[in-house]
Design a protein around this ligand. Sequence first.
Ligand code: PLP
Length: 397
Amino acid sequence: MSKALHIELRLAQRMSRLGTETAFEVLAKARALEAKGRDIVHLEIGEPDFDTPANIVDAAVDALHHGFTHYGPSAGLPDLRKAIADEVAASRHTSVSPDEVVVVPGGKPIIFFTLMALVQEGDEVIYPNPGFPIYESMIELLGAKAVPIQLREDREFRLDTKELKSLINERTKLIILNSPQNPTGGVMTKQDIEEIAAILADTDVMVLSDEIYSRLIFEGEHYSLFSYDDLRDRIILLDGFSKTYAMTGWRMGYGVMRVDLAQQIARLMTNSNSCTASFTQKAGIEAICGPQASVKVMNDEFRKRRDYFAERINRIKGFSCLVPKGAFYMFPNITATGWKSKPLADALLDEAGVAALSGTSFGAFGEGYLRFSIANSLENIRKALDRVEEWAGKNVK
Ligand code: PLP
């Protein structure tokens, strides 16, 4: 063995503050069990099980044949930025200029870049908990203070706006909102958004509004702070293609924000990725401007799975589950099982062959819950619930 391999790895201190997304770890553990011959039902990872619609795939292939294989502008191809601006303007009932749009490889980089651009040591960032784990991870990486706002089941996992107000102080730099929400499926109402807008009016706090599940709504409508023109200079809208068009592996998302900030995010793109893949962006134009029927087909299927899952899980001893209004996750309360979340998730994987995530993967306030992704076929969801039911019959008193 070469001597060089014995040199101690001296990581930058900040790496000790970096968290992770447990879904990828549980997926790896589940795959290792499969490699040993176990049959596992995968309800851990949040990605649509549908194929990307054929018209979008065709557009990418066509773009490859037409030379979209080179670098493009860091902020995205002008015609995609225009398509996104028009789509966001229509869906959020406002006007948007293409200069306000930055295309990046997935929704996640908007979280990364926004925090990099705005947040520094000493700042506070309010974020939903339980919530997408990357928020807390990134806030801490940057040495800022992560201030959780608890999402409670008795409010259908919508944040309490009075509590939000009480958490804001002169150090608060940014608030992260997410609706429809991962992992709870909670959806903010028009009134919630109005109340938040009123709170913000008296402050200079910025908001990262993560709306990656904006098209995955089962009841009611999607409401966004982005519709409030008076607040536009504070709002960074995050949306993308991964969930809406089953394009998780394509890596394409976007942020919409004031032009001066968009230019800074584009600088971060120049310094990191250079640009989002050009042929992928051409497919993005087709996704937005082409037929939208596939979005409805997927939503209808997710709704069927949601209804089935809720009906079944609520009959299993120790489990109780709200019916989520958006996204594609179920977040049952498991306190009546007498188990803590992490040991329960581990036991279901090891003993029942069902991969789910502990609520604590989404922050401390996720204790008492599990997250099941329903981005799997009804047949597999049925199989998983049969197994959970059988397991609970033996292990829950
Ligand atoms: N935001 C939330 C709330 C998510 O759940 C996810 C993915 O699971 C993302 C952002 C990241 O999406 P992408 O895969 O496009 O980076």
